[in-house]
Design a protein around this ligand. Structure first.
Ligand code: 2AL
Length: 244
């Protein structure tokens, strides 16, 4: 099985980290293809970044359809472009926020999210509400450091760990979700120190894709997730025209 893990930002060091985590949890016979678009923001930290990252994500899904990909992971905690991506393919497409929240809901009756900048908390809140997880989500916390500091600053691990300790002490949460794909490599260490489940959405999404493919379940092409309606696309988006 081939799973394409798309880091929607254009920072290749993050893509490599995400790919390594995905490979570490994937079944031995699963091939992980980690990639990032060649256009778009270096990190996704707001609605504008998200909106413009989606074009690159959809381009990677479109290419994936010629690469015999069995399933896709969108590895940004805002799950940008998730439903649009599902329109382009029959293969399962899983966002890391939805994967993390669904995984948390199966092993705990409450969770808190620890993310990067405060301004991204509203994006996580919208997703929590959209996914019907409001009754489980105790708190959305931010370390107030940018996404790319996760690449540059080794001290940041301690800041995230401290925020997770506070979540455990103050939120009455049964699990913690790390709300950025750049934190994917920290779950084991933080979970061991806190003694509660700490969930990384990249790993959860890979395992959900494997499960869905194993169950021979594909994205429904009935209704709103049907392939996009063929029509002209103008200007710089003309190559995104769908002709099915
Ligand atoms: C993210 C993420 O997962 N990747 C990125 O560039 N921005 N989301 C976040 N809340 O930090």
């Amino acid at each position: 099985m081939k799973i394409k893990v798309i880091n929607p930002n254009t920072t290749s060091s993050m893509t490599e980290k995400i790919g390594a985590i995905a490979r570490s949890v994937a079944n031995p016979e699963t091939e992980i293809i980690a990639c990032n678009p060649n256009m778009g923001p270096v990190s996704i930290e707001g609605h504008y970044d998200e909106a413009l990252s989606i074009v690159g994500i959809l381009d990677e899904i479109r290419k994936g359809e010629t690469e015999c990909i069995d399933g896709y992971v969108i590895a940004c905690f805002g799950d940008p472009g998730l439903l649009a991506a599902r329109e382009l393919t029959k293969a399962p497409v899983i966002g890391i926020a939805e994967a993390a929240m669904h995984a948390a809901s199966l092993i705990a009756t409450s969770f808190s999210i620890v993310t990067t900048l405060s301004r991204t908390k509203i994006i996580a809140r919208h997703l929590v509400d959209n996914y019907g997880m409001s009754h489980l989500c105790r708190q959305i916390r931010a370390i107030d450091l940018p996404v790319l500091s996760l690449e540059a600053d080794s001290e940041i691990k301690n800041i995230i760990l401290e925020e997770c300790h506070q979540a455990l002490a103050e939120d009455e949460c049964g699990a913690i979700i790390l709300g950025c794909s750049g934190m994917a490599d920290l779950t084991t260490q933080i979970s061991a120190q806190l003694g509660i489940p700490v969930i990384d959405g990249v790993s959860a999404a890979v395992k959900f894709v494997e499960a869905l493919v194993g169950l021979q379940l594909s994205t429904s092409k009935t209704g709103d997730l049907a392939y996009p309606i063929a029509k002209p696309y103008m200007g710089i988006l003309s190559s995104f025209e769908c002709d099915r």
